[in-house]
Design a binder for this molecule. Structure first.
Ligand code: LMR
Length: 332
């Protein structure tokens, strides 16, 4: 009985103090932004710029915490973590959304877009904008596209023609289109997170991989791959995503200013990506650690012929109209 009285007294005291101190003071909204690349990349620079803009325009209301280099989550975990509320922003490569939608597979089709300008036209057009909403039913909303650049093939053997890739093992992102692309070369694709690529290459567990100049440079893949073939066969771009729940739960005025900051940071990203593609290629060439193989038109045509049949296999999921719009974006 005495014990009970003491417990009740403590409960009253806690309740009384809570009333006196009023409701807990709400702090700023914290946005954890997780990504897998280095800070000196387009996406890394975009994240830094976004953090700065938010500090200027939403001081005291919102704080952006950036976690680069897979420090917080790998790309295969980040989207489920987002749905649990453990992270609020991420920008995985467009190849990494297959579990949520098959419609983004369009971006992985080999030799679909002629250059980055064509990709930009498609992304900013009605179909590209519609794809930002492709995952809302699954709880994710696209806030914009970020460019990185066109993909090249790195390898421990020279790849001049598709037959050179036969039987070789290549790391790919989580994408069935990319798996089909390497199978079309009679090569062996291996899906693995970005954080494992360097070690897989260094230990020769795989023969090669495909990536942008910026990633090949910033993650030092060129130091462990004696050959890079400049194929420009596909695109490495990202979708900046958040959860529908988080986005809709923001106060209207905060959401508006935050979206403005995001749009500006994306413009910055795309300027950096253009510059980096050229700069990082030049630094790799100057390093003397690897040989950059430039294809003749006839050699390139062989890669196109070998890989293009992949389109047919995925046309059903992607939709003919979507595909037509992407092809049309090659004409300016
Ligand atoms: C990769 O996994 O190769 C890329 O998606 C990494 C990145 O985010 O650029």
């Amino acid at each position: 009985m005495e014990k009970m009285r003491k417990v009740l007294a403590v409960c009253f005291a806690v309740a009384f103090m809570t009333v006196l101190s009023g409701p807990a003071q709400a702090g700023p909204i914290v946005i954890k932004y997780s990504h897998v690349v280095a800070e000196n990349t387009p996406k890394g620079q975009m994240a830094t710029r976004l953090k700065e803009l938010v500090e200027q325009r939403l001081a005291g209301k919102v704080v952006v915490e950036v976690f680069p280099n897979s420090q917080l989550f790998d790309d295969d975990k980040v989207l489920s973590a987002m749905l649990l509320g453990d992270v609020q922003l991420a920008a995985p490569a467009l190849s990494k959304f297959e579990k949520f939608t098959k419609r983004l597979q369009i971006y992985d089709l080999p030799f679909l877009f002629r250059d980055m300008a064509a990709i930009d036209r498609f992304q900013q057009g009605p179909q590209g904008q519609e794809l930002l909403q492709a995952m809302t039913g699954k709880g994710l909303i696209g806030l914009g596209y970020l460019h990185n650049g066109l993909k090249q093939m790195t390898s421990n053997v020279p790849l001049r023609v598709p037959a050179d890739a036969k039987g070789r093992k290549f790391r790919i992102m989580q994408s069935d289109v990319l798996a089909a692309q390497f199978e079309a070369l009679d090569a062996v694709p291996l899906k693995a997170p970005f954080s494992e690529v360097f070690t897989l290459l260094q230990t020769k567990a795989i023969d090669g991989q495909e990536n942008s100049w910026s990633n090949i440079y910033s993650k030092k893949f060129f130091e462990v791959q004696p050959y890079i073939t400049e194929t420009n066969h596909g695109v490495l771009d990202y979708m900046l995503v958040t959860s529908v729940e988080f986005w809709n739960g923001l106060p209207d005025d905060v959401r508006t200013v935050l979206k403005e900051c995001i749009d500006e940071a994306i413009v910055h990203n795309n300027k950096v990506s253009e510059a980096k593609a050229a700069e990082d290629r030049a630094k790799i060439a100057e390093s003397g650690r690897t040989e950059i193989i430039e294809l003749t038109d006839a050699e390139r045509e062989q890669w196109v012929e070998a890989m293009k049949p992949v389109w047919k296999r995925f046309e059903g999921d992607i939709g003919a109209e979507m595909l037509d719009a992407a092809v049309a974006s090659n004409k300016n």
